[in-house]
Design a protein around this ligand. Structure first.
Ligand SMILES: *Cc1c(COP(=O)(O)O)cnc(C)c1O
Length: 386
């Protein structure tokens, strides 16, 4: 009987998603080159991937991963606090802390796990979280787990954040102020410097999620608000799965905060360490990011060439959204782009707010100049007809 109700539940939910044209399906997609994908029998040039520097296939990165796998095995064997803390972690965490200008860093299983574990380890029911409305789902999940009072400020609106702090800060013990460095679905950048000032005025702790900043803005170092040597943003989270090309998440912070996360972040304590090959790959990729500034600048240069050609607002990151409002229009545009040989993913609610369905175009150092020129031409023609 329970099974009948389970089947009915699933069927009805799916029917609802179909009716709203919001149902998603897994499509087999092989990444056959740094910017080329094979999907449903077609070879497409991808403007949909977050491997902004093509590092997931860089020969040095792949070689580092293979070597570590041969030496230490494919899996970590246990959680990091048990026996899974293999020697490659130490170097990776030192590199991350150095890039972000903090004393220490801690690597998690993924960015999602980093946010899910970090927020509840730092704040709880008596505390306040003030967060940008467009922050990623996993930041909201972390806040929900923490059970803190949640106040949401209008996107990138420092005045609104200040107002919420004025109204709410005093009645709470601790306060976390949360933003993204580069917004994942909009591609614009947060006023991190102003938010850092605001946080210090209200004794709030600023946390930035720089999943889409590391490797591609700030000469590869990401959305660090302060130059090296000055007091950094105290909680700098990010991922190793986008421009770094590997997998995993991190939080850069002071030595004490990192030690606290080792003890209190449940998604750190109760999960297996990352495979050695993955950690070695991330380390090798970061070596490239800090040594090749030209490479880190290229995705944004290509994005700007595209926005200029199409008369769009100048790109602030390698992410360029093209707003088409409805699910029908983004699905039609994405289909026509695929027919023209380009892979661009239609983004619909609930990933983005109602009425803001969009094509999310991402640019990579692996794109050729000519790929971008042809993509812009195809996009222009399609936008006139959907
Ligand atoms: C992708 C993403 C994450 C999650 O990172 P994963 O390593 O993929 O789990 C977190 N925050 C933002 C803003 C992201 O875009």
């Amino acid at each position: 009987m329970t099974q009948d109700s389970l089947q009915r539940f699933a069927r009805e939910k799916l029917a609802r998603l179909d009716a709203d044209r919001l149902r998603r399906e897994l499509l087999t997609t092989d990444r056959t080159g740094p910017a080329t994908h094979r999907r449903s029998g077609s070879d497409l040039i991808s403007f949909a991937c977050n491997d902004y520097l093509g590092l997931s296939r860089h020969p040095d990165v792949v070689a580092a991963s293979v070597k570590a796998t041969q030496r230490l095995g494919v899996g970590a064997g246990a959680s990091r606090l048990v026996t899974g803390n293999h020697s490659l972690y130490e170097r990776l965490e030192r590199q991350l802390a150095e890039i972000k200008g903090t004393e220490a860093a801690v690597v998690f299983g993924s960015g999602y796990l980093a946010n899910l574990g970090t927020i509840p380890a730092l704040v709880g029911k008596r505390d306040l979280v003030v967060i940008d409305e467009l922050c990623h789902a996993c930041l909201y999940s972390g806040v929900r787990l923490a059970g803190s009072d949640l106040q949401i400020f209008r996107h990138n609106n420092v005045d609104h954040a200040a107002e919420l702090l004025q109204q709410n800060r005093e009645s709470h013990r601790f306060c976390l102020l949360v933003t993204e460095g580069v917004f994942s679905m909009d591609g614009d950048r947060a006023p991190v410097g102003s938010l850092l000032e605001l946080a210090s005025e209200h004794d709030a702790w600023l946390m930035t999620d720089d999943a889409h900043g590391l490797g591609v803005v700030g000469d590869g170092r990401g959305s660090n608000a302060t130059p090296p040597g000055e007091l950094p943003v105290p909680l700098q989270m990010g991922t190793l799965s986008k421009a770094v090309g590997a997998y995993g998440g991190y939080v850069c912070a002071s030595r004490e905060v990192v030690a606290l996360l080792h003890n209190r972040a449940r998604s750190f304590v109760y999960t297996t360490g990352l495979p050695p090959g993955t950690v070695a790959a991330a380390s090798a990729a970061l070596d490239i990011i800090v040594s090749d500034v030209q490479l880190t600048r290229r995705p944004l240069e290509l994005a700007r060439r595209f926005t200029e050609t199409l008369g769009l607002p100048e790109a602030e990151s390698p992410i360029v959204p093209i707003m088409l409002e409805t699910a029908d229009r983004v699905l039609a545009a994405s289909k026509r782009l695929a027919d023209a040989g380009f892979l661009v993913v239609p983004i619909r609610p609930p990933t983005v707010p109602e009425g803001t369905a969009r094509l999310r175009c991402t640019f990579s150092a692996a794109h050729h100049d000519d790929d971008v020129a042809r993509f812009a031409t195809a996009m222009r023609a399609i936008l006139e007809s959907v």
